[in-house]
Design a protein around this ligand. Structure first.
Ligand SMILES: NC(=O)c1ccc[n+]([C@@H]2O[C@H](COP(=O)([O-])OP(=O)(O)OC[C@H]3O[C@@H](n4cnc5c(N)ncnc54)[C@H](OP(=O)(O)O)[C@@H]3O)[C@@H](O)[C@H]2O)c1
Length: 230
C-alpha cells in the first residue's frame, strides 16, 4: 500500500534525493521548499512523477505559512521528515558570536521541526503508522567536546531534546518520533570531502524509516539504523 511522505527542504541535498527515491518506488511525496522561485527547481520531479509528487511552499521559520500549507496537504500523512536545516552563521565561535545569525539558526534547525510537527499533526493522526523523523546530526551529540560550528551543534543538541519530548508526548497516540543522523554527506552543507554520497545516505535513511515502529520512538538513530550517542 502506497504511503504519503512529506519532506521539508526537498529542493537539494539529502531532501531532494529522499523525495525522488520515495516517489520512484511509488509512494506519494509532498516536497516542501522555501519559496516559489525555489519550487521551480522541482519541475523535473513534478513532470516525471505527476500526481505522485506534490509541492508545498513555506519557510520553516514562518508559522503562518506552514499552517496554511498544512491545510492543503493530502491526507493521510504517513511520514513527516523534518529535513530542512542550515549550517549557521560565519561567526559562531563561543568567543566571537553572530548572535542574530545564531538566533536564526535556532529558529530554522531547532524550532522549524516543531512548527512542522504541530501543523501537520492532524494529517499524521489519520495514518495507520504515523512516523516523524527529525533530521539531526551527530554534531549535536553531548559526547563531543569540540567547539567548532558551535551554533549548529547546539541547535542540533537542542533539537535532539525536542525530539525526545515529541516522542514522549506522542507515544500515547501511537505516533513514532525519532531523531536521525544522516551520516556525513556530500551536499552543499556537508562539503565535497564528506564520507557519503547522498544516494548512500538516503538508501539507509529510507530503510531505517521503513522499519520504524512505536518501539523505536524516542531513539536517536543514524542512517544505518544504529543508535547514535546523545
Ligand atoms: N550533509 C551532512 O553531512 C549532514 C550531516 C548531518 C546532518 N545533516 C542535516 O541534514 C539536513 C539536510 O542537510 P543537507 O546536507 O541536505 O543540506 P543542504 O544541501 O544545505 O540543504 C538544506 C535544505 O534545507 C532548506 N532550508 C534551509 N533553510 C530553510 C528555511 N528557512 N525554510 C525552508 N527550507 C530551508 C534548503 O532550502 P534552500 O535551497 O531554499 O536554502 C535546502 O533545501 C539538515 O537538517 C542538516 O543539518 C546534514
Amino acid at each position: 500500500m502506497a504511503e504519503h511522505w512529506l519532506v521539508s527542504g526537498a529542493n537539494r541535498g539529502i531532501g531532494r534525493e529522499l523525495a525522488r527515491r520515495v516517489a520512484a518506488r511509488g509512494d506519494h511525496v509532498t516536497a516542501s521548499v522555501r519559496n516559489e522561485a525555489v519550487c521551480a527547481r522541482l519541475a523535473p520531479e513534478v513532470a516525471h512523477f505527476g500526481a505522485g509528487f506534490s509541492t508545498l511552499v513555506f519557510d520553516v521559520r514562518d508559522e503562518t505559512a506552514i499552517g496554511a500549507a498544512a491545510r492543503d496537504v493530502a491526507l493521510p500523512l504517513d511520514v513527516l521528515v523534518c529535513n530542512a536545516g542550515v549550517a549557521g552563521p560565519q561567526r559562531q565561535s563561543p568567543l566571537d558570536m553572530d548572535f542574530e545569525g545564531a538566533l536564526d539558526t535556532f529558529s530554522v534547525n531547532t524550532l522549524g521541526p516543531l512548527r512542522l510537527v504541530q501543523a501537520f499533526l492532524p494529517a499524521l493522526r489519520q495514518a495507520k503508522n504515523p512516523r516523524i523523523v527529525i533530521v539531526s546530526s551527530i554534531l549535536g551529540s553531548m559526547a563531543r567536546g569540540a567547539s567548532m560550528h558551535i551554533v549548529y551543534c547546539a541547535s542540533k543538541a537542542a533539537l535532539n531534546k525536542m525530539a525526545q519530548g515529541l516522542a514522549a508526548e506522542l507515544r500515547p497516540e501511537g505516533i513514532t518520533a525519532v531523531a536521525l543522523h544522516p551520516g556525513w554527506v556530500r551536499t552543499d552543507m556537508g562539503g565535497a570531502d564528506a564520507d557519503l554520497s547522498v544516494e548512500e545516505s538516503v538508501a539507509g535513511i529510507i530503510a531505517a524509516i521503513d522499519g520504524l515502529t512505536l518501539s523505536s520512538s524516542g531513539r536517536f538513530l543514524d542512517y544505518l539504523n544504529k543508535d547514535a550517542p546523545w
